[in-house]
Design a protein around this ligand. Structure first.
Ligand code: ANZ
Ligand code: ZN
Length: 832
């Protein structure tokens, strides 16, 4: 074996060997503990980028490590294959989306293989395969039958030139991506899944997820947005018609000076019918749709109605305004405006000259200047009659009680979470399995007619969704009255497919049922790896679907992902690597040049998994150099192989006490590093595993190369076998090869995980207590054989007591060996 390190050849050989021996094939082995490791499946764009490499490498390190710990590991991969790019490619280049997608999958599959990932290729699935999405359609019908889905009007982006609905990413600066036409908002009927019915459970169960990053749980909590408040009934003056508002600040009720309603509120619509100005105002608001995040900061605009409401306690008249900052979808689409204590209300009142009445004053006795801005903190009530002097809690309850006694309001919990709109007016997606009959209404497609297959040959040039202009697809018969009926032409949001794929992997070949006992065996996913950008949508929908599946009796778990690792971004020169910034590094070229092991080692070593990783050519070179060093170590320390061949059959029991002090010291260092690496593996701190491995190699190089001393040889042998096993999950190819070449037993991936030997850690050192002038100031570990002068020298040099020696003179040193105590007597230096 004296060849130089040649990853190109070595990696191909290793991968071929793994394939041939089918070592990563899925096995159901009940004698072993199972471990399901999953990375978020990729969209088959056709090109692998560094973000992929990072995510899939981290998952592979986890999978391989768990396997070496003796677990039965499932580590599947598949393709999130529906979505816009395939459809855009079809429109632009006239390639059918199916072909475009499968061609890309073929390319990416090879790229993944070249990274050496330990996938169970038998489980591979693509969501655009009817064998997959038929179960999504089937399950949607179960939800339909349980009343967990419904259709309602919702806004879409409408391109008036192309006469088509646009996805958000197809709207660029307010214009259609192809036509350049100004995009309009249109209301059309769409399908929704009732995620709000699970809001409480989705929130409560976050507390169970101890293996999730706190940051992700906080984002989900905020997204669900539970708030406790009061629903208050105001009434229109001169009428009995109630107008309900939702507030989380009932303590400010006495400061309400007007009501504000959304442009879509029924009263606003009514007012628009009687007043042209109001109609025009509403129309102009509709055109400037803003993202929810910008609602608070957008310019406040409104228009007065002729309506007046009565204050529920004082009966004072309050004008009703239509305002662009009130959302129809939240609470009841109407707010009681308290400009003194709510910034939006304050800004609005400034613009339209509405009264501002202060009713809260800071609890610390300071003054709030409500001329400058709203005072939004909680405090003590003033100008509120019977409620004066109360704090927030007291006032909340007193006012809520008062209102409910007078039938004018009640406590209410609200969620920011909205039902999930799953309709997309796109072609390249799962057809929604519904039939619209003019006589019978909306009916699910009968189960024996599933799947509703997406037609392959459609006209992308037609306006609207290509499905609409495809009569063979659209026209069908009603399953109830057998009359002429039409299929739903909307397809599912692709987040629907990714909400349940994790449960399908173990039984991807199952055609009889959605899941079988294999899914029950493998679920939940033990470790899930993916980007932080999925903290809310995907990870929330997947949790939601898991609960839906559980309630349908299809899975037996409450939560799909036990542990979650959200890997950080890959940056270059401080910016996210992305095509649009033109700062990408193509992993393929790197793999060609350095080999997959170098790329893997670099991505693992360059940063802790959850932090962003800054690209560096030097660091890649550094990773490569380390692997070359590892390789040449194995070439020069030939005794490793010798020991393996001589002692292969017999276990060597050695009396390490007879080894020399330096030998014992090195062995101790090796086992300390091993212990640290094992600990870091457990908490997924793989970057410091690599540092430990680098130190370990340095340690091993302290032994003379051609030493004939048996302990030297055993030490090198033991240390190197530990090193190869520690590195095997990270750089699997080189470790596979060296393990084999050096005649270790079997394949490194099947080798038992190295164990720390506790005797190796024992040391002949004594821990001394250090006192300065009789006061305990620190501890120090010193070798038992050290002479007194050296002990004192070490004590004086040791860190913790430095502060006590500043400008001091040591007048006496006392060492009491029996009590393991050292005392330094000091006094201030004369010259200071
Ligand atoms: C009066 C008030 C006084 C409010 C005050 C706040 C401060 P969260 O916490 O997110 O639930 N609100 C209610 N419905 C709304 C809607 N449809 N569109 C816009 N804003 C709406 O927010 C609840 C608060 O948001 C409510 O409490 C209401 O303003 C406003 F000093 O009522 B508050
Ligand atoms: Zn019918």
């Amino acid at each position: 074996m004296n060849d130089p390190y040649n990853p190109k050849i070595l990696e191909k050989e290793a991968q071929a060997e793994w394939d041939e021996k089918q070592i990563f094939d899925i096995k159901t082995d009940s004698s072993k503990e199972k471990f399901y490791c999953l990375s978020m499946f990729p969209y088959p764009s056709g090109t692998l980028h560094m973000g992929h490499v990072r995510c899939y490498t981290l998952a592979d390190v986890i999978a391989r490590h768990q396997r070496m710990l003796g677990k039965n590991v499932l580590h599947p991969i598949g393709w999130d294959a529906f979505g816009m790019p395939a459809e855009n490619a079809a429109i632009q280049n006239n390639v059918p989306p199916t072909q475009w997608t499968y061609d890309n999958i073929a390319i990416m599959r090879e790229q993944f293989k070249s990274l050496g990932n330990s996938y169970n290729w038998q489980c591979e699935l693509a969501t655009s395969d009817p064998k997959y999405y038929r179960w999504e359609q089937w399950f949607f019908i179960q939800l339909f039958n349980k009343d967990l889905v419904y259709k309602k009007n919702a806004l879409v982006n409408w391109d008036p030139v192309d006469k088509t609905v646009l996805a958000n990413e197809q709207v660029i600066d307010g214009r259609g991506w192809r036509s350049g036409a100004l995009v309009e908002q249109r209301e059309i009927a769409q399908w929704f899944i009732k995620i709000t019915a699970y809001a409480d459970e989705l929130l409560a169960d976050l507390d169970q997820l101890s293996g999730w990053p706190e940051q992700v749980k906080i984002m989900q909590r905020n997204w669900i947005g539970r708030s406790e408040g009061v629903e208050i009934d105001f009434t229109l003056q001169n009428s009995e018609v109630p107008i309900q508002v939702y507030t989380t600040r009932p303590d400010t009720l006495m400061g309400a000076t007007y009501l504000a309603i959304a442009i879509d509120h029924p009263l606003a619509k009514q007012a628009a019918q009687q007043n042209k100005n109001i109609a025009a105002f509403i129309e102009s608001c509709r055109k400037t749709k803003v993202a929810e995040a910008e609602l608070a900061t957008q310019e406040k605009r409104g228009i007065a109605t002729e309506l007046t409401a009565s204050h529920p306690i004082t009966n004072e008249p309050l004008p009703i305004w239509i305002a662009n900052f009130v959302l129809m979808e939240y609470g009841s689409g109407a707010v009681m405006s308290v400009p003194a204590h709510d910034q939006r209300d304050w800004e609005f009142a400034q613009v339209y000259n509405l009264p501002i009445k202060q009713v809260i004053t800071p609890a610390d006795g300071s003054q709030a200047d409500i001329q400058q801005s709203a005072f939004v903190d909680k405090g003590l009530l003033i100008n509120s009659d019977a409620f004066d002097g109360m704090n927030f809690e007291q006032a909340f309850h007193a006012i809520a009680d008062h209102l409910s006694q007078h039938n004018k309001g009640s406590r209410k919990v609200n969620y920011r979470l909205r039902d999930w709109g799953v309709s997309r007016q796109r072609y390249w997606g799962t057809p929604i399995p519904i039939i619209n009959c003019p006589q019978c209404g909306q009916l699910p497609v009968p189960e024996d007619q599933l799947p509703v297959v997406l037609p392959e040959h459609v006209d992308f040039k037609a306006s609207g969704s290509p499905l609409m202009s495809n009569p063979e697809f659209v026209n069908t018969t009603c399953p109830q009255c057998q009359g002429q009926a039409q299929r739903e032409t909307d397809t599912f949001d692709t987040f629907v497919e990714s909400s349940w794929y994790y449960a399908r992997f173990p039984c991807a070949d199952q055609d009889e049922t959605m899941f079988d006992e294999r899914s029950q065996y493998w679920l939940p996913v033990d470790h899930y790896v993916g980007g932080i950008e999925h903290a809310v949508l995907h990870l929330l929908y997947a949790r939601f679907f898991c609960k839906l599946l559980r309630d349908a009796g299809l899975v037996q778990i409450d939560e799909p992902f036990k542990n979650l690792l959200t890997q950080g971004m890959v940056l270059k020169d401080g910016h996210k690597m992305s095509k649009s910034k033109g700062n990408t590094v193509a992993p393929e070229a790197l793999i060609k040049h350095y080999g997959a092991d170098t790329v893997r080692l670099f991505t693992v070593f360059a940063a802790p998994p959850d932090q962003s990783l800054e690209w560096s050519d030097q660091a890649v070179e550094g990773a490569y150099r380390f692997l070359k060093r590892l390789w040449s170590f194995a070439q020069t320390y030939t005794s490793i192989k010798h020991i393996n061949s001589v002692y292969k059959a017999r276990k060597i029991h050695s009396d390490w006490h007879k080894a020399s002090d330096p030998q014992q010291k090195i062995r101790r260092e090796i086992h300390l590093l091993l212990g640290k690496a094992c600990y870091d593996y457990e908490r997924s701190q793989f970057n410091t595993v690599v540092s430990a491995c680098m130190k370990l190699l340095n340690c091993l190089q302290e032994t003379p190369v051609h030493s004939t001393d048996q302990f030297d040889q055993l030490l090198t042998h033991e240390g190197f076998s530990i090193l190869l096993r520690l590195l095997a999950p990270i750089t699997p190819h080189i470790c596979y090869k060296l393990w084999d070449e050096l005649n270790f037993e079997g394949m490194v991936i099947d080798a038992p995980w190295p164990q720390v030997i506790s005797e190796a850690l024992q040391s002949d050192t004594v821990e001394y207590v250090i006192q300065v002038n009789g006061k305990l100031r620190g501890h120090i570990e010193i070798e038992a054989t050290t002479d007194d002068a050296t002990i004192i020298a070490q004590v004086i040099a040791c860190e913790p007591i430095q502060p006590y020696l500043i400008e001091k003179e040591i007048v006496k040193t006392i060492i009491i060996k029996q009590r393991k105590l050292i005392n330094l007597v000091v006094k201030p230096r004369k010259d200071s």
